[in-house]
Design a binder for this molecule. Structure first.
Ligand code: SF4
Length: 275
């Protein structure tokens, strides 16, 4: 499993600017050096990378599990994607009106190649709107998935009232941040991240997991590297090299990690076993 974010206007671009962007041809060469993989493309907004449709079309050696997009790119950009793929439309009510979002769903449905689903992150502002959004989408014959809001620095918690609203929407694999292992949990784990699962950044930097990206770049999360039985921990543990380096390889075996592991997607995709 590869997670492949690309440069966006949002938080990623403060770390990976547009200047580090590579061409879709370079990405195809680099990714085709890897063993066959399931690739999930997320951002930020991946369609801000102008070569994304051609990149998706050219990765025929790999399976594209899906693309997360906020559906704001022009429809003719989506039409350049010639593969049948799953498209997870991330509904950002702050950027697009309900009417325009529904129109966009219709336009993308007409393309005929996309399996569409809508994702709504249950930010505090969205919690009270979930029932309304669910009704709108049900009437429009498209599924809705609600993700709990997970603050990378884990400072956010829902109130009991908010949890009462959300509980009917959250699937077992998407628990709230409160249910996830606490930040003092330094249990030793055997983890396959780096072996069967990596996160690739817009400049090609490979992190063994999304947690690793946060440990490396977030000052708040980085503080956790200073505590624990064998502190200080080296954030370089999470860096695996660069996908554009022809000598880059995946790990041959799992690693041992005792840092708190708190990010849903890593826990879904890597195999983590307490030792
Ligand atoms: S246990 Fe969690 S934080 Fe540690 S390497 Fe695995 S996915 Fe990353």
């Amino acid at each position: 499993m590869l997670l492949l974010p690309v440069v966006t206007r949002f938080a990623f671009s403060s770390i990976y600017g547009k200047e580090v962007e590579r061409t879709h041809e370079e990405w195809i060469v680099a990714l085709n050096r890897l063993p066959k993989a399931n690739i999930y493309i997320s951002g930020g907004e991946p369609l801000l990378f102008t070569g994304l449709p051609e990149l998706v079309n050219g990765l025929d050696r790999h399976k594209i599990l899906g693309i997360v997009t906020n559906a704001t790119a022009k429809t003719n950009v989506y039409e350049r994607i010639t593969r049948k793929i799953h498209m997870n439309l991330s509904f950002h009510r702050e950027f697009i009106s309900e009417d325009r979002f529904l129109e966009k769903i219709d336009e993308l449905r007409k393309v005929g190649r996309f399996h569409l689903n809508v994702n709504l992150v249950a930010t505090r502002e969205n919690v009270s709107m979930t029932a309304k959004v669910e009704k709108l989408l049900t009437d429009h014959h498209v599924g809705l998935h609600i993700d709990p809001f997970v603050d990378p620095d884990l400072a956010f918690e829902y109130t009991p009232q908010e949890m009462a609203i959300l509980s009917r929407y959250l699937t077992p694999d998407r628990r709230t941040s409160k249910d996830r292992p606490d930040l003092d949990n330094h249990a030793l784990k055997e983890c396959s991240a780096g072996q069967n699962y990596i996160n690739i950044m817009p400049d090609g930097t490979v992190f063994r997991c999304g947690n690793g990206f946060n440990y490396y770049h977030s000052p708040l999360r980085g503080r956790l590297l200073e505590v624990g039985p064998h502190a200080p921990y080296d954030p370089g543990f999470f860096l695996m090299g660069n996908i554009f380096d022809p000598t880059f390889t995946l790990d041959k075996k799992s690693v041992c990690c005792e840092l708190p592991c708190t990010q849903g997607c890593d826990r879904d995709m890597a195999t983590i076993r307490c030792l």
